[in-house]
Design a protein around this ligand. Structure first.
Ligand code: ZN
Ligand code: ZN
Length: 264
């Protein structure tokens, strides 16, 4: 059974389609289960790409509407939460707002004002060496794992999105984050979203994934859908990569508990 836990709704302002349309697409593609993971609200106006706190109950309603229309498809409740140092208590508070199946931890911000995947901030890449950006990013990812706030980590090497990649062996950049993820018992996404970006590669890289497998870090497949057509995008390819790396199971979640799903 394949499932996709990373999808958005129009409430974040940069995704299209009602959750019922995502559900219909999931059924069409033969997925056994889906989950939504809107960008987490902040207590104040923070940036322009997340759900407002005042829309949280609407978020729950949208999922309920999708469930009513597609009762045969389990639809889980998640949230994609930015890891931002100093905001840990807020994420904890958010986790109490509903009966979540999972919280996804995501590093987008590597400084208080640079969301490294933001196409409007590409100029920033000219202001510092790529090595420094990568070091910052994976340090933040390690901190996200150490925080203990999340059930799985989104797009583990998102920093490569636009194709800014240091030369040489990348393992030294990954190591601190992999250590922290291994110690935390957390799961990581194998996300096909990277295939739709400039880098045109799954998140994480094969090298990162091999190291994750060696450390017995569990995985799941995600699309990071921002439109119904993206649900389950290129999952056959992601599954092949995961299998070739050696994995024989994926990890699902119910009420923040891990469930091991064998892959054939
Ligand atoms: Zn988004
Ligand atoms: Zn996302």
């Amino acid at each position: 059974m394949l499932f996709d836990y990373h999808m958005h709704t129009p409430l974040c302002g940069h995704a299209t389609g009602h959750p019922r349309e995502y559900a219909a697409e999931a059924i069409r593609k033969g997925l056994g289960e889906i989950g939504f993971s809107e960008h987490n609200p902040m207590p104040e106006k923070f940036d322009d790409w997340r759900m407002d706190l005042s829309d949280f109950s609407r978020y729950l309603e949208l999922l309920e509407e999708a469930r009513k229309e597609h009762p045969q498809l389990p639809i889980r409740l998640g949230l994609e939460c930015d890891f931002i140092p100093g905001r840990e208590a807020w994420v904890r508070q958010l986790g109490q707002k509903a009966d979540f199946d999972y919280l996804i931890g995501a590093v987008h911000y590597i400084t208080p004002d640079w969301d490294v995947d933001n196409p409007l901030k590409l100029d920033r890449w000219k202001q510092q060496p790529v090595e420094e950006v990568w070091t910052r990013y994976f340090r933040a990812l390690a901190q996200a794992a150490q925080s203990g706030l999340f059930d799985f980590l989104a797009h583990p090497d998102l920093v490569k999105k636009f194709g800014h990649i240091p030369k040489g062996d990348l393992l030294p950049y990954y190591r601190e984050a992999l250590d922290a993820i291994e110690a935390s018992g957390m799961v990581i996404e194998v996300s096909t979203a990277g295939l739709r970006k400039e880098v045109a590669e799954i998140y994480p890289s094969p090298k990162f994934l091999q190291e994750a497998f060696r450390r017995k870090i569990p995985v799941l497949l995600s699309s990071d859908s921002h439109a119904p057509g993206e649900v389950g995008h290129e999952f056959a390819r992601a599954l092949k990569l995961v299998r070739e790396t050696g994995y024989r199971e994926l990890t699902a979640f119910r009420k923040r508990q891990k469930i091991r799903i064998p892959i054939s």
